[in-house]
Design a protein around this ligand. Structure first.
Ligand SMILES: [Zn+2]
Length: 211
């Protein structure tokens, strides 16, 4: 058997188990999607959103990319954000990074990862430059990377707050609340590192009028 065939086999077993527990499970899910949360996480295979939060299909709307970045020209991310906030009306947007993130670590080196990855990781280098003094004061390399993981999550939450998508929902519906979290690969625990309740003011240059 090929490795991918095992996935299909497991899928059949999983679907059968769900139906045996609750015959209406898939019928119900196929009619309704009302998640309360949008999760923006890292693509890392060790950080599956549903599993680490004990949530079921239908509960979290998910977007994942390398190092959980919120980039204001990323049509993919912005489409997910707009759909989740404007149409699904999620109450919470969570940016969840993780300690030991390979993307974050890579961005702290001077290695040339070639065109596309260099372009992506550049955004993390910008976070490093913004917080250079604090980061350079941390002598231990692993601890420095871990702190950069936290600061990166913080900056990505701020990037969410800079969008008119979030600001419009804040003004008209006092949601969503923004959360910056970091997951520990070593203990499985999520740490809250940065919170922005709906309506939090940011640097005025980013705040739109007449939303
Ligand atoms: Zn990662």
């Amino acid at each position: 058997m090929h490795s991918y065939e095992k996935l299909l086999l497991e899928n059949k077993a999983w679907a059968a188990e769900k139906v045996s527990e609750d015959p209406e499970y898939f019928v119900r899910l196929s009619h309704l999607q009302t998640p309360e949360f949008l999760w923006i996480g890292c693509s890392d295979s060790r950080v599956p959103a549903n599993e680490i939060t004990g949530t079921q299909p239908g509960e979290i709307f998910v977007h994942r990319n390398v190092a959980n970045l919120v980039i204001n020209t990323d049509v993919n991310l912005l489409s997910v954000l707009d759909y989740a906030v404007t149409h699904l009306k999620v109450r919470h947007v969570i940016v969840c990074g993780h300690y030991g993130c390979g993307g974050i670590k890579a961005a702290t080196t001077q290695t040339d990862f070639k065109a596309v990855l260099n372009m992506w990781l550049r955004n993390i280098k910008d976070v490093y430059r913004l917080h250079r003094d604090e980061l350079n004061a941390i002598k231990d390399e692993e601890s420095r990377c871990d702190r950069l993981v936290e600061l990166n999550v913080q900056e990505q939450v701020l990037n969410l707050a800079k969008t008119s998508i979030v600001q419009r929902a804040w003004k008209n519906e006092q949601r969503p609340h923004l959360h910056g979290w970091v997951y520990g690969l070593k203990d499985g625990i999520i740490k809250q590192v940065f919170e922005m309740p709906a309506g939090t003011h940011i640097d005025a240059i980013y705040e739109y009028e007449g939303l």
